[in-house]
Design a protein around this ligand. Structure first.
Ligand code: COA
Ligand code: AMP
Length: 631
């Protein structure tokens, strides 16, 4: 019963448990307190400790015998190119780019926003920030300039680092004009922008502000790692909240390094020297944790893949990468496997590759449906592990910890709490829900190392968003239940966040965009079921009285507005018009009921509904666009 033993050891003395894990990290100065709990609900791990995350991810391995081992393999089917870096090479590139940042005036505590596609320079820029104690904030390329501007105003970066373009299978996305627009929109103006010019779409540089990556690197002096407090921020990563204003999740240096390193062996069962591949994007938390930090802290080779699961060029792309680079463990979102399964249901492509060294597949980011799990397990013949976490935690809350003990898989469940987390399902009164009953999934404070200590510049929002629901608990925002064996099942969100292709999006943010259209009186956005992406946003819109413009035109404008103001990643393509929205008597829009109608699921008429006939109208409107069992 190894899992039970490890979990019991954590429970009996959490501080000793994490102090032992922290010995795997190189500290410049030891911590004075494992856990500083003097100011609840704010907790800090390893306070007094001093380290450098970049040192632990690179220099330490170069000095310790891994200088010639590959640290990073870049595989880019969209540019038909590959590049790789040994630990020594990556350390040198990072040290030099740290010199670029220092020359541009960035230092400890300064923010640097990175807006780049999946290229090695994105990883180099992140680690270079860590090297000099600057705080990076990576913004996903599929976000619009307005979203980027919001993040610029919140993080107030001194320097921006961008790629000139991203490459999507169907088009080149010019990032540079988006960057320029964002800076124009933002109130805060960064001093300088370093632009990595890509031959597929170079950008125009603005004299005095912009500098080309190659030029900057040629003039830079390599920098050594600076000492950083364990409690100093390493990065800010913005994630969707319930409004259009994203939340700046802060990650500290010490607790993060400890949790990342520990998780590689305990959760993923990976040893130093092995090849680990997280097929995600550096713009998401999965990319931060498991493309960049954890595999490097553990001395693994990490794969950076600039491509898609299908179409680049075919549904065998993942198998090619695994075979070609000797990947032991792959981590991706279920939607990627649904895409592969849809194009290659018989797994014909899989048989063309030798996947001998491949040991396990981990899935996260959204609920994993049983069909996808079964398809992956029967074709790959390796453990397929669903695990559950979120941007805020930075690593798995619940998992089948392969490095501790492989527990039996229950489809639909990410198994049990990972040691470090105390997970409870609470009912509306705040009591623990009986096994099998759905409730709010909460984590008991303090959260383990690696989880967010607060939101950037906003302690109050941190408390209001996560800690107010029940005293002594963190609210995950997910609802679900625990079965009699203690297995967790994550069923839905309790807020207005939806999950599109493993990407977390705020329907509230989309509603704000729709509501700003001059013809819109009222609107609601719901996440309707989608076989490929899990959920897709659907807009229900009430027009202002007297509006007589063509419906088609208005709908096109609404779709274009969401794409422009939030970004293509929102995948907002469905909108329908209604005369009124169903509401409770107190005026609350019944989004949950509308979602059930869209999905053709059974629903109970809410007792507090104001006018039941509004639901019939919603059903007809949704049918027109292919939902609610429509055509
Ligand atoms: N820069 C600019 N645009 C981007 C982008 C980026 N980095 N990433 C995605 N987009 C655009 C896409 O081009 C697409 O635009 P379109 O409306 O013009 O077609 C839109 O955003 C939606 O992208 P995506 O969600 O990737 O959908 P898709 O239809 O192109 O591909 C999948 C579908 C399933 C193949 C894809 O979603 C996928 O690979 N998912 C894996 C999920 C994942 O990695 N999740 C991360 C968490 S683990
Ligand atoms: P993000 O912060 O973008 O990583 O999204 C986190 C959210 O995605 C969680 O709060 C869940 O709603 C959902 N999620 C992530 N992993 C899983 C999983 N394994 N099963 C169910 N939902 C998941």
């Amino acid at each position: 019963m190894a899992y039970e033993e490890v979990y019991a050891r954590f429970l009996s003395d959490p501080q000793d448990f994490w102090a032992q894990a922290a010995r795997e990290i190189d500290w410049m100065e030891p911590w004075q307190q494992v856990l500083d709990d003097s100011r609840p609900p704010f907790y800090h791990w390893f306070s007094g400790g001093v380290l450098n995350t970049c040192y632990n991810a690179l220099d330490r391995h170069v000095d310790g015998g891994r200088a010639q081992q590959l640290a990073l393999v870049y595989d880019s089917p969209v540019t038909q190119s590959q590049r790789s870096f040994t630990y020594a090479e990556l350390r040198d590139e990072v040290a030099r780019f740290a010199g670029v940042l220092v020359r541009l005036g960035a230092g400890k505590g300064d923010r640097v926003i990175i807006y780049m596609p999946m290229i090695p320079e994105a990883v180099i820029a992140m680690l270079a920030c860590a090297r000099i104690g600057a705080i990076h904030s990576v913004v996903f390329g599929g976000f619009s300039s307005r979203e980027l501007a919001t993040r610029i105003d919140d993080a107030k970066p001194k320097v921006m680092v961008a790629g000139s373009c991203g490459i999507e299978p169907n088009r080149i996305v010019q990032y540079k004009p988006l960057l320029d627009q964002a800076i124009e929109l933002a109130t805060h103006k960064p001093q300088s922008c370093v632009v990595l010019q890509r031959e597929q779409g170079p950008g125009e540089l603005l004299e005095g502000r912009d500098i080309a990556w190659s030029e900057a690197m040629a003039a830079a002096q390599p920098q050594a790692c600076v000492p950083v407090a364990a409690t100093d921020p390493l990065y800010i990563l913005y994630t969707s909240g319930t409004t259009g204003q994203p939340k700046g999740v802060v990650r500290d240096n010490g607790g993060h390094a400890v949790a990342m390193k520990w998780s590689m062996r305990a959760v993923y069962g990976v040893e130093p020297g092995e090849v680990f591949w997280a097929a995600s994007d550096v713009g998401w938390v999965v990319g931060h944790s498991y493309i960049v930090y954890a595999p490097l802290l553990h001395g693994c080779t990490t794969v950076l893949y600039e491509g898609k699961p299908v179409g680049t060029p075919d549904p065998g792309a993942f198998w090619r990468v695994i075979a070609e680079h000797g990947v032991s463990v792959l981590f991706t979102a279920p939607t990627a496997f649904r895409a592969i399964k849809r194009e290659d249901p018989g797994a014909e492509y899989l048989r063309r590759y030798d996947l001998q060294g491949f040991r396990a597949l981990f899935l996260a980011g959204e609920r994993c449906d049983s069909d996808t799990l079964a398809w992956a397990a029967s074709n790959l013949q390796v453990p397929v592990i669903d695990h559950w976490w979120q941007t805020e935690t930075g690593w798995a809350i619940a998992a089948n910890c392969l490095g501790i003990e492989q527990l039996p898989v229950k489809p639909g469940s990410p198994t049990k709490a990972v040691p470090g987390y105390r997970v409870e399902v609470l009912d509306e009164q705040g009591d623990e829900a009986p096994a099998g009953d759905i409730g709010r999934i909460m984590l008991r404070l303090p959260l383990p190392p690696g989880c967010l200590p607060t939101l950037w510049n906003d302690d109050q929002r941190f408390v209001d968003s996560y800690l107010r629901a029940e005293d002594g608990y963190y609210l995950t925002g997910d609802a679900g239940f625990q079965d009699e064996d203690g297995y967790l099942f994550i069923m839905s969100r309790i807020d207005d966040i939806i999950n599109v292709a493993g990407h977390r999006l705020s329907t509230g943010g989309m509603e704000e965009v729709l509501a700003s259209h001059p013809d819109v009186a009222e609107c609601a956005v719901i996440g309707a079921h989608d076989d490929l992406k899990g959920e897709l946003p659907v807009g229900l819109v009430v027009l202002k009285s007297g509006v007589s413009r063509r419906e088609k035109e208005i709908k096109e404008e609404l779709i274009a507005a969401v794409r422009e103001k939030i970004g293509p990643v929102a995948a907002f393509k469905k909108v329908t018009l209604v005369e009124r929205l169903p509401k409770t008597r107190s005026g609350k829009i019944l989004r949950g009921t509308m979602k059930k109608i869209a999905d053709g699921a059974e629903y109970r008429m809410p007792a507090t509904i104001d006018d039941p006939t509004a639901l019939d109208e919603v059903e007809r409107a949704l049918q027109k666009i292919g939902y609610a069992s429509g055509p």
